[in-house]
Ligand binder design. Structure first.
Ligand code: SF4
Ligand code: SF4
Length: 218
């Protein structure tokens, strides 16, 4: 899921003009506690306290789903026609769904900062495990990501700073390369990490990626 955090409230208020419609996201923003039903209602109350009219609210199950955002825009056409600003409490992808789905004269304001792709450890803990590098090395590193879990993103490790199996950047954190080594021993795949990894091809990340499917989807 995409992890987000709410922007500073004053920064949000500075960007709002006229009356507002609020969109939330019922999946990632709900889990991040930034844009589910509860947070949308809380934002509505905050705006009301600031004497800002809220014409309507709507929580879409996935703001990144452009077709769903377009449908929500049709279903809320009347409220949206009275709104000068649409405040979106979702990741940057969801904000841009609103930009694409709504008429250009409506100002779309982002209410959250998009942080990272996170694993849900439990409902109080979201952990970054993958940085979406577009050129996955997990098959060579025992299924543990050095790009994300080593602060230096080293593809050949550990570095000379590793001490007592801990990372030199944070002594409370296990060195990612120690974990990779330990798992490779258990998996009997040490040969994989004995090879010197080539520099990573980051060109696959540029320009902004699109993945198109061919054939039908069942
Ligand atoms: S190498 Fe790491 S950052 Fe890259 S795709 Fe694989 S898990 Fe994600
Ligand atoms: S100690 Fe390990 S995790 Fe930390 S920067 Fe060095 S190789 Fe990466």
């Amino acid at each position: 899921m995409i992890v987000s955090k709410q922007k500073d409230l004053d920064d949000i208020l500075k960007k709002i003009r006229g009356s507002v419609f609020i969109f939330g996201c019922g999946i990632c923003s709900d889990t991040s506690r930034t844009g589910g039903l509860k947070e949308v209602e809380a934002m509505k109350r905050i705006l009301a306290d600031e004497n800002i009219a809220v014409e309507g609210t709507y929580v879409i199950d996935a703001m990144c789903h452009l077709q769903k955002v377009r449908k929500a825009a049709r279903d809320n056409k009347e409220s949206l026609s009275k709104s000068q600003t649409v405040l979106v409490l979702s990741c940057g992808s969801g904000v841009q769904s609103a930009v694409m789905a709504l008429p250009a004269h409506i100002k779309v304001v982002s209410g959250v900062d998009t942080m990272f792709l996170g694993n849900i450890e439990n409902l109080s803990s979201l952990k970054e495990m993958c940085s979406l590098c577009g050129n996955c090395v997990l098959n060579e590193t025992g299924g543990i990501c050095p790009v994300t879990l080593c602060p230096k993103g080293l593809l050949n490790g550990p570095c000379g700073g590793m001490k007592n199996y801990k990372c030199e950047i944070d002594e409370n954190m296990d060195c990612a390369w120690v974990k990779i080594y330990e798992r490779s021993v258990v998996q009997n795949t040490l040969e994989d990490i004995k090879k010197t990894a080539k520099p990573k091809d980051y060109s696959v990340k540029k320009p902004a990626a699109t993945l198109k499917f061919t054939g039908s989807h069942k």
